[in-house]
Design a protein around this ligand. Structure first.
Ligand SMILES: Cc1ncc(COP(=O)(O)O)c(C=O)c1O
Length: 422
């Protein structure tokens, strides 16, 4: 797992205390392990960028410099180029959200938008509500500002509204700064918030006066079932985060935020402190890609690829995984969430899995409070179907070794069958 070296830090003691609560992303830490040549990675949610037509991107970048040289190479506006914001309004309209280019701020990926929101909204101790488990990058961005993150469990229909209501009631009106949700093919849960729950979430948001942050990187990567309207289409006050990372390429580092004017003003203020403005060059390149290429066909191809990979993973899980394991069946996106018997520690098992040539992300990194130790996230977006089958078989072997021991404990009456069930 890489060559971790302990480095003496003579600046220790000078860093801001708040950094103590920021954990390194387990996903990033696993990149090193994934570089072994026969390693099958279910760790990072890395898009299949080899399907993005390199020549067309190169042409778009060439045109950006040759035809819009100064604009592409100069500082730009903090809210992003109007031309790119016009492209984004078209994309949003296709998803059912009507807005104007003025409603948007272009960001360095949705990740920057999360950090800017945290910077603008969170004081130490403020309550933030999120799904449990939730996106590690959001936990990282938020925790630097020292909030109290409350995680609401999900079932196959997404965040449990009864439990959200309970938490909101306990906190009282405006008791949380915002509710952070990933409604489509949640990362890491793989589940989708139903239309009924979307309506209920917005009702609760209004009733308890807590704004909703909707993070939607995967909404256009649906393999089955009907498109569900974004929360932003149902309530203009929702803060919506979008990204080009999954429909084009993460290397451009381009995303966006659609938010009410007062929130946008604050976000722009903190954004200027972060980067003055985003990359004009990346923005012009993206405009040219979206206006001048058959990007829809590329996106259709990508969606097909991910659908095949998801099918390969679900088939292999059905075939190889032990009966004690339970997993989600995502209708889109990148991830399957696996739950194992409570006493099985997926972090402790990881070294064994890596030795067998397969990686995943242990579940506890997706919670702020150490829950999820018996869970794992499997990303099906990256490996080819044949490799997925081999990887799941390897993982099942690693699991089987540990489960045998627990089955023996159950047989001997040392632990109950309920404790043994996920
Ligand atoms: C839920 C979620 N939000 C945000 C991001 C960050 O995306 P971006 O590449 O746009 O920064 C990701 C990336 O995987 C994600 O899964």
């Amino acid at each position: 797992m890489g060559t971790a070296r302990v480095v003496f830090d003579r600046w220790e003691g000078r860093y801001a205390a708040r950094l103590g609560s920021v954990r390194s992303s387990a996903v990033r830490d696993l990149f090193a392990a994934a570089s072994r040549s026969d390693m099958i990675s279910f760790a990072g949610g890395m898009p299949a960028v080899d399907e993005v037509p390199a020549k067309e991107v190169a042409q778009a970048a060439y045109d950006a410099v040759m035809h819009e040289g100064a604009a592409a190479l100069q500082y730009g506006s903090s809210e992003g180029r109007p031309e790119l914001r016009a492209v984004i309004t078209e994309l949003m309209a296709e998803s059912g959200v009507r807005l104007s280019a003025d409603d948007l701020v272009v960001t360095a990926g949705a990740q920057q938008a999360l950090d800017l929101l945290a910077k603008a909204f969170i004081d130490p101790g403020d309550v933030i509500i999120a799904e449990g488990p939730t996106y590690v990058g959001a936990l990282q961005a938020f925790s630097a500002y020292e909030p109290d993150i409350r995680c609401i469990p999900m079932d196959e229909d997404g965040m449990r509204m009864d439990l959200l209501e309970e938490t909101l009631k306990e906190l009282g009106p405006a008791g949380a700064k915002f509710i952070y949700t990933i409604p489509n093919f949640q990362n890491p849960g793989g589940v989708t918030l139903t239309a009924e729950r979307r309506r209920r979430l917005l009702e609760l948001s209004r009733e308890y006066d807590v704004p909703v942050v909707e993070d939607d990187p995967y909404g256009r990567l649906r393999f089955e079932g009907g498109h569900l309207k974004p929360l932003k289409a149902l309530d203009d006050d929702v803060i919506y985060l979008g990204t080009f990372s999954k429909i084009f390429a993460p290397g451009l580092r381009l995303g966006w935020m659609a938010a009410p004017a007062p929130i946008r003003a604050k976000v722009l203020l903190v954004k200027q402190g972060a980067d003055l403005c985003g990359s004009a060059f990346a923005q012009v390149t993206a405009e040219r890609y979206f206006l001048g290429t058959r990007w829809r066909r590329v996106l259709q191809g990508l969606t097909r690829t991910y659908a095949e990979r998801r099918a390969a993973m679900l088939d292999a899980l059905d075939e190889f995984f032990p009966e004690e394991a339970h997993w989600t069946r995502p209708e889109g996106g990148f991830f399957v969430w696996v739950e194992l018997p409570p006493f099985l520690d997926t972090k402790a098992m990881l070294a064994d899995a890596v030795e067998r040539g397969v990686t995943y992300v242990p579940g506890d990194g997706f919670f702020p409070d150490g829950r999820g130790r018996n869970c794992m996230r499997l990303a099906f977006c990256y490996a080819e179907p044949d490799a997925i089958r081999v990887g799941i078989e390897r993982l099942a072997e690693a699991l089987e070794d540990r489960l045998e021991l627990y089955r023996a404990f159950i047989a001997a009456g040392a632990i109950s069958a309920e404790e043994g069930a996920a």
